[in-house]
Design a protein around this ligand. Structure first.
Ligand code: DC
Length: 232
């Protein structure tokens, strides 16, 4: 079998289960996993903490763009998972709140933010052996990725998953709020001018609405094995 490591890009809609799949595949095959959404969330948290988001939700773009060189994002390995770090502080829980989810799409639509994060993401993929999930990984960050997957599930199914995740952490949210957030983010992510969410022409599509986690993982591992077999 070829020992050549590859780049695996997993894109898709919010809460489509891509992070869970990507993380499990990375662990199984001994690759590094990077959650690119966590990076957009960390920039959003920085903007919120530094009063760069107005009461109406609009972002003070000039201030945020000026601050970009001061925003350092990294990941710290923690057992099987990883913790997102913002300027040396662990912000893994702070970036998962509904408040951050509500502000992240306009931040992720700012071209200078995307350029800065894409540059960091390409740096992380230099030595290959990486599974990265997000919205533009197969289209913009690594168009040359050897394996590309595009995930989807119905908005209701995705909201249900995110609602369970949030309430398990003790968040005080309603299913309706979460569904509204999922639909609003789909709209902004798909219609933004800079790197809108779309399926790469050479990505394999997966609708996992009716699949269990184990079924998704088996599907992903089979795809990986078939790609590696072709590389021999
Ligand atoms: O995957 P997530 O829900 O944690 O991502 C948070 C937001 O970041 C999402 O609304 C869109 C944005 N995002 C992006 O624009 N590009 C990426 N590669 C990853 C996430």
């Amino acid at each position: 079998m070829s020992s050549e490591k590859i780049i695996i890009a997993i894109d898709g809609y919010s809460s489509s289960g891509k992070s869970t799949m990507a993380r499990r595949l990375a662990k199984e095959i001994g690759y590094r996993y990077i959650d690119s959404g966590a990076m957009y969330r960390a920039v959003t948290l920085y903007a919120m903490r530094n009063s760069m988001i107005e009461a109406d939700g609009s972002v003070i773009t000039a201030a945020l763009v000026e601050a970009l060189p001061d925003i350092h994002i990294d990941f710290k390995v923690d057992g099987d998972g990883q913790l997102t770090m913002l300027n040396g502080e662990i912000v893994e829980n702070a970036i998962r709140t509904l408040e951050v989810s509500n502000h992240v799409s306009p931040v992720a639509a700012i071209p200078a933010v995307r350029h800065a994060l894409v540059k960091m993401q390409r740096e992380m993929g230099k030595t290959k052996g990486i599974v990265m999930d997000g919205r533009d990984i197969g289209t913009v960050v690594f168009p040359q990725a050897e394996m590309k997957v595009f995930c989807n599930a119905t908005p209701e199914r995705r909201a249900e998953r995110r609602f369970k995740e949030l309430t398990a952490k003790g968040a005080d949210v309603t299913y309706e709020d979460v569904l509204a957030n999922v639909m609003e983010r789909d709209h902004i992510d798909m219609t933004r001018e800079e790197s809108p969410l779309r399926c790469a022409d050479d990505a394999v599509m997966l609708d996992n609405s009716a699949m269990t986690l184990d079924e998704q993982n088996e599907w992903l591992l089979n795809l990986y094995n078939s790609i590696i077999a072709k590389q021999k």
